[in-house]
Write a protein that binds this ligand. Structure first.
Ligand code: GLA
Length: 383
């Protein structure tokens, strides 16, 4: 049975993890490959029916003022975080399911707007929680799809499917090798020998919905439309290889060519990275991460000085196998593959260097891969 949570309960607690993407930047909405994992940083939802037919009350520790809503009138809000939740509720209603009044408390140890997909965790967590509380019988894929639609329609970010997919399908100690063209996926063991995952948060907060994310996507789609003029069978950059792209260069603007080149190269890097991981070739994996960062910086043009500083710093240390920026871009986090023996001293040194350079405190947290959205037994449910 594909339903995430089939338990009948009046009160439930759901853990909804963030994600990292080892490699495969911006390939998801281009029908390409990604290699993400859910992480042990999460948003927890405690949900219960409140006996009312339509009044709901959602309180989040991180977001200040609570959200009160009437289920008969679910509309976009001027408060951005509310839209992730409202979009999910509207999406469930659109599928023909009726909800009743509920109260929800949210608590998070996932940094917001940092490229760790707090938005997908918010959407998929609420969708999974309501699914369990009201026994809606939604499948995992329905939860993923309606959560993604919430982001498109209520928030305005035309995100790909990777974040929602990873948050729901994550598996402890594994990365997910996902083909975004058909959602076929396999799990690759996250065994990296002595290397561990470290996330560094620039504390430069990005705003995906401010247009830059969508404009990168438009540029990729425009490149496809141009290439299609000569090659009608091409429907996404996934179908394009380096030879075909270079034969079409004259059809494209410089910007379109650069965006497309990055995506074509990045798809190959994801395939190579999955192989490197399987054969535990962490040096090769690390150099793919550095190459990915360079492409995101120079061809996709979505990095920023703070992200570049952290990756350049990593390159100088022989105990760091690789590093790159993660997420939508323009801030947020970098991921580093650090030899466990040096983790503590590395965090200290890079934090000091970052503070000296930018006057900003660096957020640093080692992470592990984790299971996807999980219903917690109420007996363990201390929020
Ligand atoms: C954001 C989006 C994802 C993906 C990444 C970049 O996290 O939500 O769909 O495109 O950016 O890889």
């Amino acid at each position: 049975m594909d339903s995430i949570m089939a338990q009948t309960l009046n009160e439930i607690v759901v853990d909804s993890p963030g994600r990292i993407n080892l490699i495969g930047g911006h390939t998801d909405y281009n029908n390409g490959y990604v290699l993400p994992a859910a992480i042990d940083r999460k948003i927890a939802f405690r949900l219960k029916k409140n006996g009312s037919a339509q009044m709901c009350h959602i309180q989040s520790k991180g977001y200040g003022t609570p959200l009160r809503l009437n289920l008969q009138k679910v509309e976009k809000s001027s408060v951005e975080w509310e839209n992730y939740l409202l979009g999910v509720i509207a999406g469930i209603q659109k599928l023909g399911h009726s909800l009743e009044g509920f109260d929800c408390e949210i608590e998070s140890d996932l940094p917001i707007g940092s490229g760790l997909s707090s938005s997908a965790a918010l959407e998929c967590g609420l969708a999974s929680g309501l699914n369990a509380l009201f026994e809606l019988g939604l499948s995992k894929l329905e939860i993923i799809t309606l959560s993604r639609r919430a982001e498109h329609e209520f928030v305005g970010t035309k995100c790909g499917i990777m974040d929602q997919f990873s948050s729901v399908y994550g598996k402890s100690d594994h990365f997910i090798f996902l083909d975004c063209s058909n959602l076929h996926h396999t799990y690759v063991p996250a065994s990296m020998g002595p290397y561990e995952l470290l996330l560094l948060n620039t504390n430069i907060s990005h705003q995906l919905s401010d247009g830059q994310y969508n404009s990168r996507q438009d540029e990729c789609f425009e490149a496809v439309a141009q290439i299609q003029k000569q090659h009608p069978r091409i429907t996404s950059l996934r179908d394009v290889d380096l030879d075909l792209l270079s034969s079409c260069k004259a059809l494209l603007t410089d910007i379109q060519y650069q965006r497309a080149l990055f995506i074509v190269q990045e798809n190959q890097r994801v395939v190579d990275a999955a192989e490197a991981l399987k054969s535990k070739d962490i040096e090769q994996l690390g150099s793919l991460l550095y190459a990915c960062h360079e492409g995101l910086r120079d061809l996709y043009d979505i990095s920023c000085p703070e992200l570049n500083f952290l990756v350049d710093y990593a390159k100088e240390q022989n105990y760091v196998a690789g590093a790159r920026m993660v997420g939508g871009g323009f801030g947020g986090c970098t991921i580093h593959l650090v030899h466990g023996d040096h983790m503590e001293s590395y965090i200290k040194e890079i934090s000091e260097a970052y503070k000296r350079e930018f006057g900003i405190d660096l957020g640093a947290f080692p992470v592990r891969t984790s299971n996807g959205t999980t219903l917690r037994k109420l007996s363990d449910a201390a929020l």
